[in-house]
Design a protein around this ligand. Structure first.
Ligand SMILES: [Zn+2]
Length: 316
């Protein structure tokens, strides 16, 4: 699509050419996914993410699946879904040759997540946890272990699961140095330079929740199951999700004997307006729909977004 054409694309594509041969040899399928949640509106951050994802997969000769992450039924709204389709049409994503034709919809796959949770029960890798978010947060603060997202307090209690008060967690025995050798994490720095590293700077330790007290499978769990079953070999996502990566790969290993694990590429993010005082100046303060109504073009928005994300680069 013409709106994705950008001088930065050549920089990224050149770097990716060097990666293609080792990737093919490694055996991970050249398949990725764009997985918007249906809990809000698309904004310029999504546009910038789409640009990274489609540029990377096109350069590698791969494919992208569009997956609706609508597992969170409490925050899901039909109006967001309608708008999502409008935005995707506006961007012309369906027609891009890299896009796979069929959609994956998480809300239609509940039985699949249930089967995988059952597999973990049989492996004795799951347990019921009665801790509320608030309780966990208070304990982490008082023990000065904010880097730990959960202290595995309920793991050995063998509590019976009760809806409304318990969640299911996976016992993962995550030991960072051990798992670091199993994965390749790639990222892009502020100069759009490609780098790889063996460990993440802020890993999130502690057993993850798979199924919450409201009776919903979690993002963390659904993404692992879907990536596995859809044969996703390359995950391109923002740096905000990097802390999940090691744990998601560890969970994946409980379901498969595959010799490969997906390659994870994390790209920088535009400043979050919630964390920024300059809310009105933030590109993310407005939805794509609102920009569209003002007559903005995807190309113009992308240019602004990429310029803000990669200030070290100059287009002159
Ligand atoms: Zn607990």
């Amino acid at each position: 699509m013409s709106w994705m054409s950008h001088p930065y694309q050549d920089i990224l594509t050149q770097q990716l050419r060097a990666l293609q041969a080792p990737l093919l040899e490694y055996g991970a399928p050249l398949r990725s996914r764009f997985a918007p949640s249906v809990t809000g509106q698309l904004h310029v951050g999504h546009l910038v993410h789409i640009w990274h994802l489609w540029t990377i997969m096109e350069a590698l000769g791969g494919k992208v699946r569009i997956r609706l992450e609508d597992h969170d039924r409490q925050r899901y709204q039909p109006a967001f879904l309608d708008q999502l389709f409008e935005d995707l049409n506006w961007l012309g994503l369906w027609k891009h040759p890299v896009t796979l034709p069929d959609l994956w919809v998480q809300s239609e796959r509940q039985h699949v997540y249930a089967q995988h949770l059952h597999t973990l029960h049989l492996q004795q890798r799951s347990y019921a946890c009665a801790c509320s978010r608030k309780q966990v947060a208070q304990r982490m603060v008082s023990s000065r272990a904010a880097w730990m997202h959960y202290d595995n307090a309920c793991r050995d209690l063998s509590m019976p699961f009760q809806a409304q008060t318990h969640c299911w967690r996976a016992a993962l025995d995550l030991v960072a140095p051990e798992i670091d050798h199993e994965v390749s994490l790639f990222g892009l720095d502020a100069s759009l330079r490609w780098y790889s590293r063996a460990h993440v700077s802020h890993p999130c330790y502690g057993d993850p929740s798979l199924y919450d007290r409201h009776g919903q499978y979690t993002y963390f769990f659904c993404a692992v199951v879907d990536d596995l079953l859809d044969n996703i070999g390359i995950v391109v996502r923002g740096l905000d999700l990097e802390h999940h990566t090691l744990k998601q790969l560890r969970l994946r290993k409980l379901f498969t004997q595959d010799s490969w694990v997906p390659l994870f590429v994390h790209h920088p993010l535009l400043p979050d307006p919630k964390a920024s005082r300059k809310l009105s100046k933030s590109l993310l303060a407005k939805s794509l729909q609102a920009y569209r109504r003002e007559g903005a073009s995807p190309q113009g928005l992308l240019e602004q977004g990429l310029q803000q994300l990669y200030p070290d680069l100059s287009l002159c």
